[in-house]
Design a protein around this ligand. Structure first.
Ligand code: GTP
Ligand code: MG
Length: 179
């Protein structure tokens, strides 16, 4: 019988264009695309990964959900709890070249804690580290916020393929430790 491993739901949250789809695409297919295609609707992909002789079946869920104050906010907002429900891990992404996307991660983290309490593993991810000259958020600011919210932290670049595998290793390691 094949080792299917235990399944875990990971939800990806964060502002539009921060690189959620790119991180997933890099992890799944080792590819990067510079053209931007907004994610509409809910997508999910499944990948099995091994960590210390164990198999983990990761279900990666990603959806563009707005917590902003744009029209339709309430409609989007009402979707968030059902999206987050049953998640083991929330990956909250910002763009290190966008201060606003970093500020907005607080709302996402609070939303996840409200829905999932302390059961959920939260990972704060600062993506696009390759944009060295455009950086607006330091690694220390990211680390401090993660600490404040009891979240794990990682900086990545989906474009450079930097820290993508380590990010998912950190996640499976945390899942293992949570049992
Ligand atoms: P929504 O689905 O609209 O919420 O966006 P998203 O968070 O899925 O962002 P997406 O992955 O589509 O990336 C948005 C844009 O940023 C695309 O043009 C990507 O090529 C680019 N991008 C993503 N990751 C990186 C990165 O690490 N570095 C750089 N320079 N660009 C990136
Ligand atoms: Mg997307």
């Amino acid at each position: 019988m094949g080792d299917l491993g235990k399944g875990y739901k990971l939800v990806f949250l964060g502002d539009q264009g921060v690189g959620k789809t790119s991180i997933i695409t890099c992890f799944m297919y080792g590819k990067f695309d510079t053209s931007y295609q907004a994610t509409i609707g809910i997508d999910f992909l499944s990948k099995t990964t091994r960590y210390e002789d164990r198999t983990f079946r990761l279900q990666l869920w990603y959806k563009k959900l707005s917590l902003g104050d744009t029209a339709g906010q309430e409609r989007f907002k009402s979707l968030v709890p059902s999206y987050i429900r049953d998640s083991s891990v929330a990956v909250i992404v910002y763009d290190v070249a966008s201060k606003q996307s970093f500020i907005n991660t607080s709302k996402w983290i609070e939303e996840v804690r409200a829905e999932r309490g302390s059961y959920v593993i939260i990972v704060l991810v600062g993506n696009k580290t390759d944009l060295v000259n455009k950086r607006q958020v330091s690694i220390e600011e990211g680390e401090n916020k993660a600490r404040e919210f009891g979240a794990l932290f990682m900086e990545t670049s989906a474009k450079a393929g930097f820290n993508i595998k380590p990010l998912f290793c950190k996640i499976t390691s945390a899942l293992q430790g949570n049992e």
